[in-house]
Design a protein. Structure first.
Length: 367
């Protein structure tokens, strides 16, 4: 794979077959770090506070106890989720500012997500309609709660009109996180870039009167369970609630009308010393007891991590930073091949664990 695109400059790479990456994702991260400028690196790589949660985010502490003497000659990674039939259970998480790392930004990422779901962030640097035209498969729209409910309804209606098949509502960001090492405020884009959705908001993304304030007009510090229920009821799109780390909150999400929850700590970018998602996941699954599907993100870097998440009860996983790494290094092809690498590792791990189908992966697989 060649390093090719920095920040908002460069041309798209030539189309190539979607063979998996030869390199593991750790090497892709190194290549992406070299390809990005300082602003992009700060946005993609850093976490909150002292970055304790960022450093401890992985799944390495979990161990397999494989089943043996099972026919694993044809591993099957296909799954169904919120009305979609997908090639594999690895989805693209909502991450903002893709044009910081590649000239084609979110359109390239959406093209690269063939065979799975692409989730468009509220902080997209590409207009929604352009991403909708570029998407190679189903796509969802992500939004934070907004102080302007009319604008929230407007975005949901626009997403549905452009073909979005679900909405992801993030509930773990009522105020800005403490991202000291990021080196910028997270909303002031360089000249030539703009937010494709939020720039149409009836309020500024950041209040000019409080450049270093905790509260931002684009974030809703007053989002409560009744308002979440009203938001779920306001759209015909399935609603997934993202940012859940507690079993009792997961149950409240279901009671509010959510169709699924996403266990997420926001990539350890908001609150430091927050629980890792691998520890929160089984508690959420147990509390919901099959009522609605559970998805999870956070430090998914290997196919084995996907298997561990499914064994703990997740229906699917989402990846965020690896998408930006692939995008920075090789545009849409980088994203596509990164996802293929995870699917390749997923199939290998399933075979070695004696679980040829996703339905065979259960809690008994983990020691």
């Amino acid at each position: 794979m060649t390093v090719g695109h920095r920040a908002a400059t460069g041309a798209a790479g030539a189309a190539r077959p979607a063979e998996p990456l030869a390199e593991p994702l750790a090497e892709l991260e190194r290549l992406a770090d070299a390809a990005m400028d300082e602003r992009a690196r700060g946005y993609v790589s850093t976490g909150a506070g002292d970055e304790v949660s960022l450093r401890e985010a992985g799944w390495e502490h979990l161990r397999f106890a494989p089943y043996t003497c099972v026919d694993v000659s044809r591993p099957d990674t296909r799954t169904e989720l919120v009305g979609h039939r997908l090639d594999h259970p690895v989805l693209v998480a909502p991450t903002g500012c893709h044009r910081l790392v590649h000239a084609e930004g979110e359109t390239a990422s959406a093209r690269g997500a063939a065979g799975t779901v692409y989730c468009l962030s509220e902080y997209t640097t590409t207009p929604m309609e352009e991403v909708a035209r570029a998407a190679a498969g189903p796509w969802w729209v992500q939004l934070n709660g907004s102080v302007d409910d009319a604008f929230t309804r407007e975005r949901l209606e626009a997403a549905a009109a452009h073909g979005a098949t679900a909405a992801v509502v993030t509930v773990d960001t009522p105020v800005a996180g403490l991202r000291e090492r990021q080196g910028w405020d997270g909303v002031s884009l360089p000249e030539g870039l703009a937010f494709g959705v939020l720039d149409r908001a009836p309020y500024p993304v950041r209040s000019p009167a409080e450049p270093h304030g905790v509260h931002r007009p684009a974030l809703d510090a007053r989002l409560t369970w009744p308002r979440l229920a009203a938001l779920c009821a306001s759209t015909e799109l399935p609603v997934l609630v993202k940012g859940v780390l507690r079993g009792d909150d997961a149950v409240r999400c279901a009671e509010a009308g959510a169709d699924a929850v996403i266990v997420s700590n926001h990539g350890a970018r908001n609150l430091d010393s927050v629980v890792r998602t691998s520890d929160a996941l089984p508690r959420v699954v147990a509390a919901l007891d099959g009522r609605i599907p559970v998805l999870v993100d956070g430090a998914i870097r290997r196919g084995g991590d996907v298997v561990k998440a499914l064994a703990l009860g997740a229906r699917a996983v989402l990846v965020g930073r690896p998408v930006l790494w692939g995008l920075a290094v090789d545009g849409a092809d980088g994203v596509r091949r990164m996802l293929q690498r995870l699917r390749y590792e997923l199939e290998m791990t399933m075979a070695l664990c004696g679980t040829p189908r996703l339905a065979d992966i259960d809690a008994g697989l983990l020691a």
